[in-house]
Write a protein that binds this ligand. Structure first.
Ligand SMILES: *Cc1c(COP(=O)(O)O)cnc(C)c1O
Length: 415
């Protein structure tokens, strides 16, 4: 990209050349809304309502409990897990779907600590997503064996990998800044220090290329409701490198993880494969919705998704600089696209009311405390001209000081 001033015509030309443009009509987005928050809650696919209604009315309503066998409910979570695995380069047999990202982190961190009994440190960074830090802290306390969550700045992680570190826990793409870690390099450094790795792919799966097997990652988790468009509270996924499966022990041992759940034995015996990472009955209605989103993601070539995502984040950042100069906005996402996920984060002292004013005018992003406007780029349902229109609205709100209106300054519970 050159650095000359962009025009709206430049962006409509990019839209005309966009090989992914056809995916837009597969989504049900309200007319006039520019949705820049697919990194927090993905948009709804048109096919989702029909799939969920068939699951509810036919499979549940008519099939009743017979559907566990006859509608393939038993195989459904494993099938979707394997499909997500194809999006993130998982080694075959390592993927499971279910529970939330938070709960899956607990399971995997517990497994990692059990596999390194002589070590006591979970290494991470203070800017990691809060639930990741909270889960690590809670688990360390629960174990009551002197475990410690050690937080160091991102550029000090490699140097902090010593023989006290049991596990390196990082989120691949930072939720706040959009900065992306070198997954392969840090995994290799962790292994060289004798540590295991847990990668959180909440802002990666379906958004940026990931190669779990290629990077030799030990464990990973991720979200179903962000770039996979699985719907609010969609089940999460987890990954365990197949080379670890024979010995891995999880801190929650439920009946779905038993080698023979329907033998109803009194003593837990783990399933042979990744099934041992599952706990209880999977939420079938949510899982049906998730599969629709995952199937669509598999239709889109990741190279094209990434190329459009990089172009969109570049264009958006340039527009903010060119069209909104002088208003105190500061782009905090990395300038180097190779180190950036699929979002642009912009700091501003009045970020909260500014975002509320944007949302009131149908440009939906979100606010992250203390001062960040977050704009997520979802190549499957967003066009370039919409980025222009979104930044023009931002400019108008800043120029006219619309954000000062009292209704935009009332804090709501979800930001
Ligand atoms: C969104 C997100 C989560 C969400 O966890 P839930 O258990 O689904 O609420 C966890 N970690 C990261 C990094 C996230 O971005």
């Amino acid at each position: 990209m050159t650095t000359s001033a962009l025009t709206r015509e430049d962006l409509t030309a990019l839209d005309r050349a966009d090989t992914l443009a056809g995916f837009r009509e597969r989504f049900s987005l309200p007319a006039g809304v520019i949705y820049l928050d697919g990194n927090s809650l993905g948009a709804m696919l048109r096919a989702t309502a029909g799939r969920v209604s068939a699951m509810v009315e036919q499979e549940w309503g008519t099939g009743l409990i017979r559907s566990w066998n006859e509608a393939g409910w038993m195989e459904l979570p494993g099938r979707i897990a394997d499909k997500i695995g194809r999006l993130i380069g998982a080694a075959p047999g390592g993927m499971a779907v279910g529970d939330s990202t938070s709960v899956n982190l607990f399971k995997l961190l517990g497994a990692a600590l059990a596999a390194r009994p002589e070590r006591r440190v979970i290494l991470t960074e203070p800017g990691n997503f809060p639930t990741d830090l909270y889960i690590a802290q809670g688990l360390s306390k629960l174990l009551a064996q002197g475990h410690e969550v050690r937080m160091v700045a991102p550029d000090e992680i490699a140097a902090a990998l010593d023989d006290s570190v049991a596990v390196l826990m990082l989120t691949h793409v930072n939720y706040h800044t959009g900065a992306m870690f070198d997954m392969a390099g840090l995994t290799e450094a962790a292994h060289a220090a004798g540590a295991l790795t847990v990668w959180d792919l909440a802002h990666s799966a379906g958004a940026v290329p990931v190669d779990l097997a290629g990077a030799d990652v030990d464990f990973a988790v991720g979200c179903g409701y962000k770039y996979l468009n699985g719907g609010p509270g969609a089940p999460a996924f987890l990954y365990v490198a197949p080379r670890l499966l024979a010995d891995v022990r999880f801190p929650i041992t439920g009946w779905w993880g038993h080698v023979a759940p329907f033998s109803f034995e009194a003593v837990f015996r783990p399933a042979d494969g990744i099934a041992r990472a599952t706990v209880g009955t999977a939420p079938m209605i949510s899982i049906a919705a998730l599969e629709v989103g995952v199937d669509l993601a598999l239709e889109a070539p990741m190279a094209a998704v990434r190329a459009k995502s990089v172009a969109m984040t570049d264009v958006f950042a340039r527009l903010v600089q060119q069209r909104c100069a002088g208003f105190g906005l500061e782009i905090i996402s990395p300038a180097d696209a190779a180190r950036r996920g699929s979002q642009v984060s912009v700091a501003h002292p009045n970020a909260y009311p500014v975002m509320q004013a944007l949302i009131a005018h149908n440009v939906i992003g979100d606010f992250r405390a203390p001062d960040v406007l977050r704009f997520g780029m979802t190549p499957l349902y967003l066009g370039f001209a919409e980025l222009w229109d979104a930044v023009e609205l931002l400019r108008r709100i800043l120029t006219e000081e619309t954000w000062k209106q009292p209704q935009f300054n009332v804090r709501r519970s979800v930001t």
